[in-house]
Design a protein around this ligand. Structure first.
Ligand code: CP
Length: 344
C-alpha cells in the first residue's frame, strides 16, 4: 500500500503526462533504462507496489504491457473500467452532479492514492467538441487531485507510445538528429484520435529529426498547441516543421515514415461531413511505390492498424517495419517510467 501521507505533502508530485514536460536527457535516460530492462526483464522497483490502470477506452497493448510490466518488477496492477463495475465519474471542477456520474474524479483520485502507488489513465476525446477535448480534463483532473504519480496511457497525446517509438528508431538508426522523419496521415473509415499524431510530431522534433507532416489538406493539420511545441523544438535544432500535402515531396529521401490516421479538427462533431472529405483520400495508404521514394526508410505504426487501408501488407510485413519492436518496447519503457516515478 502507498506509504505517502495524502494531502499534507508539500513536495510536487512528478507525473508522466506528456513528454514535453520532460527534458530530452531525462527522456533518453528512460529509454536507456528501458534498453536495460529489455536485456534483463525482472526487477524489484515495484516490490509491494500497486498501479491502478483506469481504462475509459479499449486497449490490447497498453493494458497488457502495464500489467505484465508491474508484475515483472515485483508489483501488481488493478485494472478499472467503467463497464467493469466502476462508478461513472464526473471530471469537471464545480460540476452540479445531476447527470449519470455518481462520483467525482477528485474523490476517485484521492481514494485510489490511498490504495495504490501509481495511477494510469486512458481517456480518449469525446469527439464532439475539440475545444473541450483539448483541455484533457480527465487526465488533468486526476493529476491535480491524485496524491501519487499519474501516467498518461493515451488521452489527447500518447507519451508512452512516443518513447517506445523513439527506442525502436534508435535501435535501427542510431543517432536520430537530422534524420528526415515523415508523419503521414493515412486513411481509416472512422475519424480517429489525434493523440498518436500529436505525440509523434512533438517527440520527433524533440529528438532532433527533420520533421515533415504529410496530410491531405489544411483541415488535417494538427492542433496549434502541438504544432507550436514541435516547431519550437525544431527551431532549437536549427530546423522547422514542414507541412505538405504532396505525397512524393514528403516521401522523397525520408529516413522514417510513421503512419497514422486522425479526424480533421475543423470537422469535430460534424463527422458525417468529414467522412465525405476523408473518403476521397484513401490513396494516402502507405505502400511500396511510395516507400520506393524514401532513403530505405524505417516504417512503423502504433497499432491497432487496419491492413491494406492504413498500410499495405507488403510494407507492414517487410524488413523495414518496426511496428512489432515498437509494440514490444511499450513493456520496457513503461517499466522505466513506473520505476522512475516511484523513485521521484
Ligand atoms: N498502441 C496502443 O496504445 O495500443 P492499445 O490501444 O491496444 O493499447
Amino acid at each position: 500500500m502507498n506509504q505517502r501521507e495524502p494531502d499534507t505533502t508539500l513536495v510536487a508530485i512528478r507525473h508522466f503526462l506528456n513528454t514535453y514536460d520532460w527534458s530530452r536527457p531525462d527522456l533518453q535516460a528512460l529509454i536507456d533504462e528501458a534498453n536495460a530492462f529489455k536485456l534483463s526483464p525482472y526487477g524489484e522497483t515495484m516490490r509491494g507496489k500497486t498501479i491502478a490502470l483506469l481504462f475509459l477506452n479499449n486497449s490490447l497493448r497498453t493494458r497488457t504491457s502495464f500489467d505484465v510490466g508491474a508484475r515483472q518488477l515485483g508489483g501488481h496492477a488493478v485494472v478499472l473500467t467503467p463497464s467493469g463495475g466502476m462508478w461513472p465519474l464526473e471530471f469537471e471542477d464545480g460540476a452540479v452532479m445531476l447527470g449519470d456520474a455518481e462520483e467525482h474524479a477528485q474523490e476517485a483520485a484521492k481514494v485510489l492514492s490511498r490504495y495504490c502507488d501509481l495511477i494510469g489513465i486512458r481517456a480518449f476525446p469525446k469527439f464532439e467538441d475539440w475545444e473541450q477535448d483539448r483541455k484533457d480534463e480527465i487526465l488533468n483532473s486526476f493529476a491535480k487531485h491524485s496524491d501519487v504519480p499519474v501516467i498518461n496511457m493515451e488521452t489527447i497525446t500518447h507519451p508512452c507510445q512516443e518513447l517506445a517509438h523513439v527506442m525502436a528508431l534508435q535501435d535501427r538508426l542510431g543517432d536520430l538528429d537530422g534524420k528526415k522523419y515523415v508523419l503521414t496521415w493515412s486513411y481509416h473509415p472512422k475519424p480517429l484520435n489525434t493523440a498518436v499524431a500529436n505525440s509523434a510530431l512533438v517527440v520527433a522534433a524533440k529528438f532532433g529529426m527533420d520533421v515533415t507532416l504529410l496530410c491531405p489538406s489544411e483541415d488535417y493539420v494538427l492542433d496549434d498547441r502541438y504544432m507550436k511545441i514541435a516547431s519550437a523544438d525544431a527551431e532549437a535544432h536549427g530546423q522547422g516543421i514542414t507541412v505538405t500535402h504532396d505525397v512524393a515531396e514528403a516521401y522523397t529521401g525520408a529516413d522514417v515514415v510513421y503512419a497514422k490516421s486522425w479526424g480533421a479538427i475543423p470537422y469535430f462533431g460534424r463527422w458525417d461531413e468529414e467522412k465525405e472529405v476523408r473518403d476521397s483520400f484513401q490513396h494516402f495508404m502507405v505502400d511500396a511505390p511510395k516507400m520506393s521514394l524514401t532513403n530505405d526508410a524505417v516504417v512503423s505504426h502504433c497499432l491497432p492498424m487496419r491492413r491494406n487501408v492504413i498500410m499495405s501488407d507488403d510494407v507492414f510485413d517487410g524488413p523495414n517495419c518496426v511496428a512489432y519492436p515498437e509494440a514490444e518496447n511499450r513493456l520496457h519503457v513503461q517499466k522505466a517510467i513506473m520505476s522512475e516515478l516511484l523513485r521521484s
